[in-house]
Design a binder for this molecule. Structure first.
Ligand SMILES: [Zn+2]
Length: 218
């Protein structure tokens, strides 16, 4: 993909390289890196730098939960939740493939949450981050909302504009508690996004609050 305009910051990539991101945001970042040659190169450089820094840093100076988080991330890779009622990942718009980083994870069937709006939960073992896929047709929007913490999003196909900028396939976004936005899907097909939310979302208006409750987002 050559038209990617929105990338994770170097600070975020460094946290990813060090294994310090919770599993949900780490998964969204991994999917971006899989789709972005620029960030793959920067991550490789940062991993090399972080590796050198770890070698030069006494273990006592490490983040207190660094090992725990690395082990939790490994657990996610090695032992996904048993797929008790898994019916296979839900279908995608024509021509779109699942990112490799989602292989083996439990992804629920699409659930209707409103006209032209579907939602699917991505389950990660041992993580309190909320990870989901949203699939919206052109012209639909996620009601205006704010976040108590951070919301990490990778656009898998289609595009949306949230009043700050346009985000297309391959773009990455982090919205924190200062962002109060209303993402609207642009013309030209459906939009599918992978999102990890830390904390919760607070929607404006009755419809937004109902939608949030229905999808378990707030
Ligand atoms: Zn990138």
């Amino acid at each position: 993909m050559t038209s990617i305009r929105h990338h994770p910051s170097d600070e975020l990539l460094l946290a990813h390289a060090g294994g310090w991101l919770p599993a949900g945001p780490a998964l969204v970042t991994t999917v971006h890196v899989e789709q972005c040659t620029r960030c793959a190169a920067r991550l490789a450089l940062l991993q090399e730098t972080a590796g050198q820094w770890l070698e030069d840093t006494p273990a006592s100076a490490l983040h207190p939960h660094a090992l725990e988080r690395v082990l939790a991330a490994l657990d996610v890779c090695d032992e996904p939740e048993p797929p008790a009622s898994l019916q296979g990942p839900p279908p995608l718009p024509a021509g779109m493939a699942w990112p490799r980083a989602l292989a083996g994870l439990q992804i629920t069937p699409w659930r209707w949450i409103g006209p032209g709006m579907r939602y699917s939960r991505v389950r990660l073992a041992g993580d309190d981050a909320f990870v989901f896929l949203l699939r919206l047709v052109a012209g639909k929007y996620l009601p205006r909302h704010v976040h108590t913490d951070r919301e990490f999003t990778q656009v898998l196909c289609g595009s949306f504009h949230d009043g700050r900028a346009q985000f297309g396939a391959g773009d990455f976004d982090v919205a924190d508690s200062t962002v109060h936005h209303l993402p609207v899907v642009q013309s030209g097909g459906e939009c599918v996004c992978l999102t990890a939310v830390q904390g919760s979302l607070a929607f404006d208006g009755l419809y937004g609050r109902l939608l949030g409750r229905l999808a378990g987002l707030s």
